[in-house]
Design a binder for this molecule. Structure first.
Ligand code: MN
Length: 730
């Protein structure tokens, strides 16, 4: 991967001046000065002045040849979030366009969320909404993410992994969706380096070994094509196509192919002046070398949804091996590399063509928002987004030959609802390629779908929610139930909520008072209790979610019992249980007779810094001082505790470890062996492996003290392909 030099402000402005006039670069300098002043005194984790980051973000936007407002916003993108500057300040200084762009990339900082995931999902949702208004928001966001991921080295490992995962799940697919391949590839390659460093470096090394041989053949092929094109007076730019580490990796994992099978495949790209020449070149290549059947694709006549255009073919090349050829014009090439940014690229007097393409590109963002307007839950929003837009796609046809793009796994019903809600609701069957197929038939690229409808249809059945794949179809089906069966749903919802409350040992009468109802309605953005029943009835909200919200205040009150009472209670219990209790090796300072237990969440062991927490009725639970579960607890309930000395070797303490590594044969066995060899008991073990072949193994082991634990962790870390070993907290 290319090393990226840190650019100075002068370099960035110099590069911008190649396509912007002086007035613009002056404007950019002002934006820079303003941001520099605002971030004064702030430093990045690397120790650099903070302003270095916005300058690099602006520099990436200059590489994409963006307009002045976008670049200025690149300089200013963190000022609302991280300094005292407000939207109005920016608006006054640089105009509303810049202020709105910066506002669009600003995270929702002030609101409190229950969990990190919820906050993350809300931030993403906000970003998508801002994006639908102005696509440049996402270009700034992508530039921001690109620079951040280039400089991840200074963060702790768990953050690196989180950011790399999020990048692969959201930002790389987004860049792909917008056709910005250059950014997409870099995001993917760097993410892989953090998520699976061993495989990453293995591929890099294999590529290095093969480079000379490859370059030799590519040059030979390029010479041959050039000779042929010279004969017919076509001048073309021909180059070998770089292979990206992540795409090789994906093919190795998903298609179970060997590195050599993927990397030996030669690929060249031919760039010519006109569409006519594209087809001419194709003809010539097919005469020189034998085309492989089924490999020709005409993305010029039928562009991909991200507007990518090219001719693709594979022929049997001079080495007797397959040779992939892409043929396109310079314009198409720019779109292939820079996607939507190519349309935004700053040119005086932009053509109408660009505008039209832009609005095509934006159509899917608007669709997301429209389909999602029913969804109140941000996490659900992101989940369905991942399915609808970022998963693999199939391309199917209407009987009229229109192409429709659907997430893979879609069924004819998804197709029907994509055409029209009424078509979906009245569907009674489907013909695929002229043959009747069941409604849960999984669509394949190239299928021609005809939906059979009937006026007499009773509408969707409940099963449809299970077999459909797109959130659009699911939402429409839920809407149908919501409208058609409101009364039924209200009744059912009421029963479900009341049952749930009884399960929680609460009487519905006691819970269903105005205060609690209002609390729940506010949370779900609903207006009446009947709405809430109906929502539970048609399963938009689970009965458990509803009941939890309704009972929230009651449960909080119960928790807030008087401290003295609980200590008294504890002491009484202790009297009776004391003899049975074997002791855990912890003393509470100043108080005797307390029942003490080690918390199950963080499993402290002798040597850890610890603190006691006075629970209601169950004595004192001892946590590690850094345990997140006690960080927000009431101080009056925390109590100093200490390890008893001298007992440490006698007792066993259970500890949870999480080990991550590359999922190869025998990894688990080696880990278990190392633990056994150190005479440590294993209480539980679970493991899983994700799509990146990243294995996560959870072990619960019995240890004597922190030194013992440290020794085991060290030994596990020495096993090859193990990346991290962590003590986990539940
Ligand atoms: Mn930033």
């Amino acid at each position: 991967m290319a090393k990226h030099e840190t650019k100075t402000i002068e370099q960035v402005l110099e590069e911008a001046s190649r396509y912007l006039n002086e007035e613009h670069t002056t404007f950019l300098r002002l934006a820079y000065e303003y941001a520099k002043e605002a971030h004064k005194g702030q430093v990045r984790k690397s120790g650099e002045d903070y302003i270095v980051h916005p300058v690099q973000v602006a520099s990436i936007l200059v590489e994409l040849e963006m307009d002045p407002a976008t670049i200025a916003s690149g300089f200013l993108h963190d000022v609302i979030e991280d300094t005292g500057i407000t939207f109005d300040d920016l608006s006054e200084e640089f105009g509303e366009e810049v202020a709105s762009l910066v506002e669009g990339v600003t995270k929702l900082g002030k609101i409190k969320y229950k969990s990190k995931e919820e906050q993350q999902a809300e931030n993403h949702r906000k970003m998508f909404i801002a994006m639908a208004k102005d696509i440049r928001v996402i270009l700034i966001k992508l530039a921001d993410r690109l620079h951040n991921i280039r400089t991840l080295d200074h963060l702790p490992e768990h953050k690196q992994r989180r950011i790399a995962n999020e990048t692969l799940e959201i930002f790389a697919p987004l860049a792909h969706r917008l056709g910005i391949s250059t950014i997409k590839w870099e995001l993917e390659d760097i993410s892989l380096r953090y998520l699976n460093p061993q495989q990453y470096y293995r591929i890099v090394n294999l590529m290095k070994q093969k480079r000379d041989e490859r370059v030799y053949y590519i040059e030979k092929v390029i010479d041959e094509i050039n000779d042929q094109l010279n004969d017919v007076n076509i001048s073309a730019e021909i180059s070998g196509r770089p292979k990206h580490i992540y795409s090789i990796y994906r093919k190795m994992v998903h298609q179970k192919k060997d590195f050599n099978e993927i990397y030996d495949l030669l690929a060249v790209r031919v760039i010519v002046k006109s569409i006519k020449e594209c087809y001419a070149v194709l003809g010539i290549i097919h005469t020189c070398w034998k085309p492989m059947p089924g490999r020709f694709k005409d993305y010029i006549a039928m562009p991909k949804p991200n507007l990518y255009q090219s001719l693709h073919t594979t022929v049997i090349g001079p080495k007797g091996d397959p040779l992939e050829v892409q043929i396109r014009t310079q314009d198409m090439h720019e779109i292939a590399e820079y996607g939507i940014a190519a349309h935004w690229a700053y040119k005086e007097g932009k053509g109408a063509n660009n505008q039209e393409n832009m609005s095509k590109q934006l159509a899917w963002f608007r669709e997301i928002l429209e389909w999602q307007s029913e969804t109140n839950d941000a996490e659900e929003f992101m989940e369905s987004l991942k399915v609808d837009f970022f998963s693999d796609m199939v391309y199917v046809f209407t009987p009229n030959g229109d192409v429709m793009e659907l997430p893979s796994g879609s069924v004819p019903l998804d197709f029907a609802y994509r055409i029209h809600t009424e078509v979906g609701n009245k569907t009674v069957g489907a013909k695929v390629n002229g043959k009747i197929e069941p409604l849960d038939y999984k669509l394949k690229t190239g299928d021609i779908i005809e939906i059979l409808t009937s006026k007499h249809s009773y509408g969707p059945s409940e099963d449809w929610l299970k077999i459909t794949q797109t959130s659009q179809a699911k939402n429409k089906i839920k809407q149908f139930f919501k409208k058609q069966r409101r009364e039924e749903n209200v009744e059912r919802g009421r029963e479900m909520i009341e049952k749930e409350l009884k399960n929680m040992d609460l009487s519905p009468k006691e819970v269903l008072v105005d205060e609690n109802i209002e609390n729940a309605l506010g949370r779900f953005h609903l207006n009446t209790l009947e709405d809430l029943y109906a929502a539970v009835g048609y399963q938009g909200i689970t009965a458990q979610q509803a009941a939890n919200r309704l009972a929230e205040k009651i449960i909080q009150k119960e928790r807030a019992v008087d401290l003295e009472d609980s200590i008294k209670e504890v002491q009484q219990e202790v009297e009776t249980r004391r003899k049975k209790s074997r002791g855990v090796g912890v003393n509470v300072k100043g108080i005797d007779n307390l029942m003490i237990r080690l918390s199950k969440c963080c499993n402290p062991v002798p040597g850890d810094e610890i603190i006691g927490f006075i629970t209601k009725g169950r004595g004192v639970s001892v946590h590690r001082e850094d345990c997140p579960n006690i960080q927000h607890e009431d101080d009056t309930r925390l109590i100093e505790v200490e390890w008893e000395t001298g007992h440490q070797q006698r007792k066993n303490y259970s500890v949870d470890l999480e080990i991550s590594g590359f999922d190869r044969n025998g990894l688990l066995n080696e880990i278990l062996q190392v633990v056994n060899e150190s005479n440590t008991d294993i209480v539980a073990v679970t493991g899983k492996s994700d799509k990146n072949k990243m294995a996560t193994i959870n072990l619960t082991i019995l240890i004597h003290n922190v030194d013992h634990l440290r020794r085991i962790v060290e030994r596990i870390k020495h096993i090859s392909d193990v990346f991290t070993v962590q003590r986990t907290i539940q």
